[in-house]
Design a protein around this ligand. Structure first.
Ligand SMILES: C[S@@+](CC[C@H](N)C(=O)[O-])C[C@H]1O[C@@H](n2cnc3c(N)ncnc32)[C@H](O)[C@@H]1O
Length: 352
């Protein structure tokens, strides 16, 4: 598919190309490298965080396509093509998966177009997250995804570029309303924490890229708009269904969180939804375990998988979990972090 070509100015740094530089890519210009170098000078481990972001994106895609059984993904803020792109991961699992990439950077669009020229299942679209109506009415977005079947909406490393004054809650709500029931939403977001390095990074992004809005864990949770977080909830990036071996314990990895939520298949009077207890991760999470604002009846513990895998039996600590912290003690398949000494200490603090 051909995205509308838009002009670009190589003398101005752009987030996609700075990110590409930090990932070790070659699709960047001097202005992008200068911003990347300034970040590296003040936070030498920043590349660890960038790598962790790519890794969690891969884990989420494998979860959505391989475990949930989705076969269509809308990746907003897709970034420059790199190793193991979303469509490659997804189509390795299910070659029929359709992927629509959407980005507002002309360089991203031209590179993706070149890469995908012969790909009949993957498409690239010019669009802006801050214009959800434009996304939802884009003929390519309408045509290449079936809006009557569940869709995986990926927003990895993009919402922290939408400022509060641009009403990110309204932006995502418009997208969520349009998603078919049974769809999933993934958010990766940079965190506003007490670590001074987070403030330094945010300032450098504001200066270098013109915008950045880090948010607290609770503010990010609000961006799910009351959708049901699946286990393990909204957590620090390395804690989202970790796949060892991976570096999981570094201050830079506490600067971003990740979560996946589901739009319920149906509503009913039973099983009032209670927000899953979100791992403490050393932060104060006053609203964990409280009913969400729109917590009218929600789906019980079993959901229908949209494709081939049959019903998805959620573990007791996923949808409708009622006991705060129960999943901290349940044996599960992502259990490696249960034995992580530093995080276990934090969890104990959290439960106390
Ligand atoms: C840090 S990169 C993340 C790339 C990829 N999602 C990942 O996590 O590896 C952020 C991407 O979002 C894009 N972006 C930023 N603001 C956007 C907006 N308002 N609408 C569409 N794309 C945007 C940038 O061009 C860039 O490609």
């Amino acid at each position: 598919m051909t995205a509308a070509s838009a002009p670009f100015d190589a003398s101005k740094p752009h987030v996609a190309r700075v990110y590409d530089y930090l990932l070790g890519g070659k699709d960047n210009f001097a202005a992008d490298r200068a911003v990347g170098e300034r970040m590296l000078a003040s936070i030498p481990a920043v590349q660890l965080g960038v790598r962790a972001q790519r890794d969690v994106l891969g884990r989420v895609v494998r979860y959505l396509v391989g475990e949930v059984g989705l076969n269509q993904l809308l990746d907003i803020g897709s970034g420059l093509p790199t190793a193991d792109n979303v469509h490659e991961i997804a189509q390795r699992i299910d070659p029929a998966t359709r992927v629509v990439y959407l980005d507002n950077d002309p360089i991203v669009l031209s590179h993706a177009e070149a890469l995908l020229a012969d790909d009949k299942s993957t498409f690239v679209v010019n669009g802006d997250l801050r214009d959800p109506a434009g996304i939802l009415t884009n003929p390519d977005v309408r045509e290449h995804l079936d809006w009557e079947q569940p869709i995986g909406l990926l927003m990895c490393g993009i919402l922290h570029y939408v400022l509060d004054k641009e009403h990110p809650g309204d932006v995502v709500a418009a997208l969520y309303r349009a998603l078919p029931s049974g769809s999933y939403v993934f958010i990766h977001h940079l965190l506003s924490t007490e670590d001074p390095a987070a403030a330094v990074l945010q300032e450098q992004m504001r200066t270098g890229l013109g915008r950045a809005q880090f948010r607290t864990m609770n503010e990010v949770r609000a961006l799910f708009g009351g959708l049901e977080l699946v286990a393990p909830g909204l957590v620090l990036v390395p804690d989202w269904r970790p796949e060892p071996p991976a570096i999981r314990d570094h201050p830079v990895l506490e600067m971003a969180c990740a979560g996946v939520a589901r739009k319920p298949l149906r509503r009913g009077p039973q099983s009032p939804y209670v927000s899953p207890a979100v791992p403490c991760s050393g932060r104060s999470l006053p609203d964990a375990g409280r009913p969400l604002p729109d917590a009218g009846g929600r789906l019980g513990p079993v959901a229908h998988s949209p494709r081939k895998t049959g019903p998805v039996a959620h573990t007791p600590h996923t949808v409708g979990a009622r006991v705060r912290g129960s999943w901290h003690t349940s044996p599960d398949r992502w259990g490696s972090w249960h034995t992580h000494p530093k995080r276990d200490a934090k969890k104990a603090e959290c439960r106390a």
